[in-house]
Design a protein around this ligand. Structure first.
Ligand SMILES: [Zn+2]
Length: 289
């Protein structure tokens, strides 16, 4: 069975065996955009073949990267001469985290009996964007949306040609929000995506991990669920602050919260939740309660 799922209108998605990460290919007229190719070397080769069939010329390939976390950034060597679209903060983070990314990648590849041809090398996008930015290269158009909360250098890509929204590590059906900033930053991003869902004709929304949402109603439900989780988390933190609890006590109290993937034996989100409690605690102001 092919690992590819045909999304129609020139778009395909492929899910990795590692952390159920999605790579998206959209092809048009001898050009292709590939978003977050990954994760294992054999999978990257398969993705490069899919791209080469549709866009045989290296310089007619656009590599779009949602954020600088290890599982999303390993594909660059498979697409030499590609135009690279990423956040203005991408290059610096890749530089800082290069050893960590290489270590994680090699660890996962070894577990799968594979090996990367060379160690991860940091790189810089040819098209570094911030805010809401339209990028047109050849016949391919994409709109990047700054979407911090999980990563400060996070972009979601709207591909109007195929009517596909590639959300990066947001709006998953197997993962709760994974915070790297105060919860309100993430909520602000969900508001931005809400705006995208209202303004654009979103046919498919592909998250970084899990299953695509078919249609905007499915995407909307995930957005509302994530918003609900964040509000409950923030309310819980405020209550614990009022009680004069320590972080440890807050962790115990908020461990009873109900959330997506809590009891999933294959993809448990308990560690993410516990990290979120710590993040929300550190970024909440004890003096305002
Ligand atoms: Zn991530």
């Amino acid at each position: 069975m092919s690992a590819w799922r045909d999304l129609g209108e020139g778009a395909w998605v492929r899910q990795s065996r590692v952390v159920a990460m999605n790579s998206v290919v959209v092809a048009h007229d001898g050009w292709a955009v590939v978003v977050d190719p990954g994760v294992l070397p054999s999978e990257l080769t398969e993705i490069a073949m899919q791209v080469a069939e549709r866009a045989p010329r290296f310089e007619q390939v656009i590599l779009a990267l949602t954020h600088p976390h290890w599982d999303h950034v390993l594909g660059a060597p498979w697409f030499p001469a590609a135009h690279v679209v990423g956040h203005v903060g991408l290059a610096e983070t890749l530089q800082d985290d290069a050893a960590k990314i290489a270590h994680e990648a090699e660890h996962e590849a070894a577990a799968a009996g594979e090996q990367y041809p060379s160690a991860f090398q940091p790189f810089a996008p040819t098209h570094a964007v911030r805010g809401t930015a339209g990028v047109a290269i050849g016949p391919i158009e994409l709109i990047a949306h700054d979407t911090p909360g999980h990563s400060a250098s996070h972009l979601a890509f709207w591909l109007p040609g195929a009517r596909v929204l590639v959300a990066g590590d947001l709006l998953s059906d197997i993962e709760i929000p994974w915070l790297d900033a105060a919860p309100w930053v993430y909520r602000r991003t969900l508001t931005q995506l809400h705006w995208v869902l209202e303004q654009e004709d979103v046919r498919v929304m592909v998250p970084g991990h899990g299953s695509p949402a078919m249609g905007r109603v499915d995407a909307y439900r995930r957005l509302l669920r994530d918003l609900d989780y964040l509000l409950a988390l923030e309310a819980g933190i405020a209550t614990q602050r009022e009680r004069g609890a320590t972080l440890e006590e807050a962790q115990t109290a908020l461990a009873v919260m109900d959330y997506l993937g809590k009891d999933d034996p294959h993809y448990s989100t308990r560690a993410i939740h516990s990290g979120n409690v710590a993040q929300a605690w550190e970024t909440s102001d004890p003096t305002t309660v």
